[in-house]
Ligand binder design. Structure first.
Ligand code: FAD
Length: 464
């Protein structure tokens, strides 16, 4: 009889869940001799995915959607039988805050790069000098680089400080709650370096390769699930054998043995496995492997703390005078909010008729103290901003603050090199694989891709 292989997946975030689902699927479809255990420290399956369903609302306290263009999340929904639940975002004008005024993102700008002259010339977001400097991109030679640089350095050279500070930084760095001047070009937006290589000018390159709708108005690029992203976790958990999901089970150590690994878990008997998929953030993963003396480059994956703040109103209390779905705030503006979504407009299915739901972010790299404040202080600051920017003055029916301490890994300059080192360090541990937001991308589809890759690596290791 074939040996029954034991596989442990540590971490019940989307990377670990994906690995568990596709491994179980392979095992069932190909009658493979696999016993899979998904081990999660907390009582919550989903990691940073957290949906709250109350008062007729579907509220996301962590991620709220995923990019359709990176196909693996949509595919996972389909594979889970959730295709009917996929919902695309409502589009509309998006805004940038500057001097407490909301400026529409100039039509034709794609990820902040202008591709149409008239809206760019007409916008009040930049000074004439700033616009002239950005136009310099059309004549500037290709940059000469030796290794990785920051996204900020790259864009500042091509388009100048003003366009970077007022448009590109809030749009691009928001994904990481990071600073554009520290984020790695190679690890976060390598496509722009490629564009410069191919077309020299970003404006010309973007014009040639821009999507059909440059305003993003006709078709939203993001998808979510009708009952919230937590449906991913719920559906996967429901499809796994009950005994294979261990909650409230913090792994303390992954001990290397002659035959594989022995897992030491708080409050449980230790047990042996043949292979391990380690899908926790890197910091926790490294602590589980005391036998490795990590010698990594100095940019040891910093992380930023953020909080999301939900404010639910009677819709009459949120008389938004502008079209659209929300705004982002550049660094240096005198606000606590870093981004704000008018959820009842962007995702109307999540809010009952007659209600309004505003979702704000606070905290970003270098400016995280607010996340430590008590809820009342955070909510008061957010309300002060909303009053000044949107004239929202009424009392919310309820509010919810969710903190994500060190929740946003920062892919700083040299990250790709750092990741290479991490993989070299664990190479002597056969059958142990890493996955998740610390490595090849922070977005939900990136984490799903990594979970799937870990499945392939595990099956290959077990010669299955
Ligand atoms: P996690 O979700 O962090 O899961 C790791 C799990 O490991 C946790 O459940 C943890 O409890 C567990 N664990 C840790 N240590 C142990 C241990 N010793 N033993 C057992 N278990 C352990 N991405 C998007 O695509 N779209 C968005 O809109 C978006 N918005 C975001 C908003 C916020 C506020 C945040 C914080 C992130 C957002 N992201 C978004 C990014 C994305 O949500 C995350 O990168 C992704 O969910 C991380 O998944 P993961 O599986 O790598 O890790």
């Amino acid at each position: 009889m074939d040996k029954q292989h034991q596989i442990a997946i540590i971490g019940g975030g989307i990377a670990g869940l994906t690995a568990a689902f596709y491994l179980q699927k392979e095992a069932t479809e190909r009658s493979l001799p696999l016993t899979i255990r998904l081990i999660e420290a907390s009582s919550h399956i989903g990691g940073k995915i957290e949906t709250l369903r109350t008062q007729g609302m579907v509220m996301e306290t962590g991620p709220d959607s995923f990019l359709e263009r990176k196909t693996s999340a949509k595919q996972l929904a389909i594979d889970l039988g959730l295709e009917q639940d996929l919902i695309r975002n409502n589009t509309g004008q998006a805004y940038i805050l500057h001097d407490f005024k909301l400026h529409p993102i100039p039509e034709g700008s794609v990820m902040g790069i202008p591709t149409r002259l008239t809206p760019f010339v007409k916008t009040g977001l930049f000074s004439s000098a700033g616009k002239m400097r950005a136009a310099g991109d059309l004549v500037l030679s290709r940059g000469v680089r030796n290794g990785d640089i920051s996204v900020g350095a790259f864009f500042r050279r091509r388009l100048g400080d003003e366009v970077v500070d007022r448009l590109i930084e809030p749009l691009l760095s928001g994904i990481y709650a990071g600073s554009l001047d520290h984020l790695s070009l190679e690890a976060t937006f390598p496509q722009f370096a490629e564009m410069e290589k191919k077309h020299r000018s970003l404006i010309l390159g973007m014009r040639k390769s821009r999507p059909q709708s440059t305003t993003g108005r006709t078709k939203g690029q993001f998808l979510t699930l009708k009952n919230g992203l937590l449906s991913f976790a719920e559906e996967i958990e429901a499809k796994l054998p009950v005994s294979s999901v261990l909650k409230n089970s913090p792994v303390r150590q992954v001990e290397v043995t002659e035959a594989g690994y022995r897992l030491h878990i708080d409050g449980r008997e230790s047990f042996n496995v043949d292979a391990v998929i380690l899908a926790t953030p890197f910091k926790q993963a490294s602590q589980l492997l005391p036998q490795i003396t990590w010698s990594l480059p100095p940019n040891d994956l910093p992380a930023t703390s953020v909080a999301t703040v939900l404010l639910a109103y009677d819709e009459q209390q949120v008389p938004l005078k502008v079209d659209g779905t929300g705004f982002v705030v550049p660094r240096g503006e005198d606000t606590t909010i870093t981004a704000c979504t008018w959820t009842h407009r962007k995702w109307p299915h999540t809010v009952p008729k007659g209600k309004g739901l505003i979702r704000c972010y606070v905290g970003r790299s270098g400016d995280e103290a607010i996340v430590e404040e008590p809820d009342e202080v955070i909510v008061a600051q957010v309300q002060k901003d909303l009053k000044r920017i949107l004239s929202i003055d009424g009392s919310p029916e309820f509010t919810l603050v969710t903190r994500w301490p060190l929740g946003m890994p920062q892919y700083t300059v040299g990250h790709v090199e750092w990741e290479k080192h991490v993989h070299e360090e664990i190479a002597p541990l056969p059958g142990l694989f890493l996955a998740g937001a610390s490595y090849g991308g922070v977005g939900i589809p990136d984490c799903i891709d990594q979970g799937k890759q870990a499945v392939q690596n595990t099956l290959h290791f077990l010669s299955l």
